[in-house]
Design a protein around this ligand. Structure first.
Ligand SMILES: CC(C)(COP(=O)(O)OP(=O)(O)OC[C@H]1O[C@@H](n2cnc3c(N)ncnc32)[C@H](O)[C@@H]1OP(=O)(O)O)[C@@H](O)C(=O)NCCC(=O)NCCS
Length: 160
C-alpha cells in the first residue's frame, strides 16, 4: 500500500472527481452491455452523487494519494424484512468501487474495502455484499482476492 494513501469520507467538494471515476466504470459497463447501461452522463451523475452524500444510510469514501483522489467506494445499508422463506437481515451493500487506471494494483481498492468493512462493523452490520457482472472478470478476481465469495448466480435468457 502506498504509504501516502489516505481514505476519508467523501464530501460535496469531491463530486466532480467521483463523477470522473464513476464514468470509467460506467463506460466499461456500457461498452460491454449497451442494451442495459447508459453512457456516462456527468450532469446526471453529479446530481445523483449529491443526493447520495446527503443520505444517512449511504456512505462514500475517497482514496487520495498526494492530494489526488485516485479511487472511491460507496456503500448503502440494505434491510430485508422477514418472509416465510428467509429471516430479516441487514447488510452493507458496496454499490460502487472504482480506482483510476494509473493507480490500480497498488492496494487502493483493498484500503477502501477495509474502510467499508470497518464502517459496517461500526453500524452493527455483519456482512458486506456486492454484485459484479459476469463479463467483468477482472473485478471478480479482485473481489475474490479481497475476501468476497460468490453467493448467487443470476441467469437470464432472451425470449426472441
Ligand atoms: C476492481 C478494482 C476496483 C480493483 O482496484 P485496485 O486498487 O487495482 O485493487 P487492489 O490493488 O487493492 O487489489 C486488491 C486485490 O485484488 C487483486 N486484483 C486487483 N485487480 C485485479 C485484476 N484485474 N485481476 C486479478 N486480480 C486483481 C490484487 O492482486 C489484490 O490481491 P492481492 O493483495 O492478493 O494481490 C479496479 O480494477 C477498478 O476500478 N476496476 C474498474 C471498475 C470496476 O470494475 N469496478 C467494479 C464494478 S462491479
Amino acid at each position: 500500500v502506498d504509504s501516502k494513501l489516505i481514505i476519508r469520507r467523501a464530501n460535496d467538494g469531491d463530486v466532480d472527481r467521483l463523477v470522473g471515476l464513476c464514468a470509467v466504470v460506467q463506460e466499461l459497463h456500457a461498452s460491454a452491455i449497451p442494451d442495459f447501461f447508459k453512457r456516462a452522463d456527468p450532469k446526471a451523475h453529479a446530481h445523483w452523487f449529491r443526493e447520495m452524500l446527503a443520505r444517512t444510510d449511504v456512505t462514500a469514501w475517497v482514496a487520495s494519494s498526494n492530494d489526488i483522489v485516485v479511487g472511491y467506494a460507496l456503500a448503502a445499508v440494505v434491510s430485508r424484512v422477514e418472509t416465510p422463506f428467509s429471516v430479516a437481515r441487514s447488510f452493507y451493500q458496496l454499490d460502487q468501487i472504482s480506482v483510476a487506471p494509473d493507480y490500480r494494483r497498488k492496494g487502493v481498492a483493498r484500503a477502501l474495502v477495509e474502510r467499508v468493512v470497518d464502517d459496517a462493523r461500526a453500524r452493527g452490520l455483519h456482512e458486506v455484499e456486492l454484485t459484479a457482472w459476469s463479463f467483468n472478470e477482472a473485478a471478480q478476481s479482485a473481489f475474490m482476492a479481497l475476501g468476497f465469495r460468490p453467493m448467487i448466480v443470476r441467469f437470464g435468457r432472451d425470449c426472441d
